[in-house]
Design a protein around this ligand. Structure first.
Ligand SMILES: [Zn+2]
Length: 228
């Protein structure tokens, strides 16, 4: 879950049955199926479905301008990440929510700040006025041996510089690419190492428990430190 808490299932009154609908909840990020909510009399109907997990309401309506159904709030781009320091996770959630709300330029700028913070967290030196591309260069040279990542990082640098120094808005595609990239970096730098550490801890725990003598079978073990 992001910034919102889960609410109790009985918090809504006078809701009824709707035709079942599957969607990714824009609040809690879970894929769910719901058949509870309200709908308009007008055709095509606009519907409000309650998420069966977080119990928050999502609006589904048909946009005349696009003839497409729109979900409000739409699912957050990117994936939830684990093991990321809270200051970086807050920025990540902010970038995802900005993009989901259509604030793509804001999302790109948050991602840009996040990459600077990530480089510093990974050992780069922060200096006021230091060009953004220097931080990206650090991530490239120090943390990515694979040259194939260079194209990605160049794209990030271009987007970040454009969002900061040039007129005009950033696109949804710009925002989604950056969020996907940051998502990948977080998994690489935080989530995967933590997962491997947990696995090593489990293996160590298993090894320790297997080495313990089983009581009741055979003689009691000798006290530790005894010379015989
Ligand atoms: Zn939900």
């Amino acid at each position: 879950m992001s910034h919102l808490d889960y609410y109790p299932p009985d918090m809504w009154q006078n809701v009824g049955g709707l035709e079942p609908k599957s969607f990714v909840c824009g609040f809690c990020g879970n894929r769910v199926a719901s058949h509870t909510g309200i709908e308009t009399r007008a055709q095509p109907p606009a519907r409000i479905y309650l998420c069966p997990l977080c119990n928050l309401p999502l609006i589904f309506l048909m946009r005349k301008s696009t003839s497409r159904e729109e979900q409000i709030p739409s699912p957050l781009p990117g994936q939830p990440v684990h093991g990321v320091p809270s200051e970086l996770r807050i920025l990540y959630d902010e970038a995802r929510r900005s993009s989901s709300a259509g604030a793509y330029t804001a999302s790109v700028l948050v991602c840009r700040k996040m990459l600077v913070d990530l480089a510093v967290a990974q050992g780069d030196a922060y200096r006021k006025g230091k060009p953004f591309m220097d931080y990206v260069g650090y991530l490239t040279k120090e943390l990515f041996a694979e040259r194939r990542s260079q194209g990605w990082l160049d794209r990030i640098r271009e987007q970040g510089n454009k969002a900061t120094h040039e007129l005009g808005a950033m696109s949804e595609e710009d925002s989604l690419q950056l969020i996907t990239f940051v998502d990948m970096l977080f998994k690489l730098f935080y989530e995967f190492p933590e997962m491997m550490k947990d696995e090593q801890d489990d293996q160590l725990q298993d090894a320790v428990s297997q080495s313990k003598p089983v009581r009741g079978n055979g003689p009691d073990p000798k006290p530790s430190g005894m010379p015989f």
